[in-house]
Design a protein around this ligand. Structure first.
Ligand SMILES: [Fe+2]
Length: 134
């Protein structure tokens, strides 16, 4: 069973962010699959790094776009992003320090944060974009 299933209700209808979100969910699923298969070594570590790098790229791209659009809730949005990045970097450091059980904790945390963030906070800029024909 897929760990995180894509749901079209998550579409924000802003290019290229729907594609970014799908890719992030795919990376989370791949990470989860590796974890399930007990690939706890460097393979999983590499995927975590890829996840963090892609997340950081995506969040920065969103912030840049929101800034260009003079999005009114940009600061609150930035704060949510900053919290998330700080937290996954912290969890990644703990993972590297050798806590093998942390894998699932990180993946589950990422899953719930990503889904909640896309469904609520990103959905708000989706509505803003459609109301302003962006
Ligand atoms: Fe966002």
């Amino acid at each position: 069973m897929t760990f995180v299933a894509w749901d079209n209700a998550l579409l924000v209808h802003v290019d290229p962010f729907d594609e970014h979100h799908k890719h992030l969910i795919q990376l989370i699923n791949e990470t989860h699959e590796k974890f399930q298969n007990k690939e706890l070594g460097s393979e999983l570590g590499k995927l975590f790094e890829e996840l963090i790098a892609y997340t950081s790229y995506h969040l920065a791209a969103e912030e840049e776009w929101l800034e260009q659009q003079q999005y009114p809730d940009l600061e609150a949005h930035r704060t949510e992003h900053a919290y998330f990045l700080r937290r996954i970097e912290e969890l990644h450091r703990e993972f590297l320090a050798g806590d093998v059980f942390l894998g699932l904790e990180v993946i589950t945390f990422m899953k719930s944060w990503i889904i909640n963030h896309i469904a609520k906070t990103d959905a708000e800029y989706g509505q803003f974009a459609s109301a302003n024909n962006r």
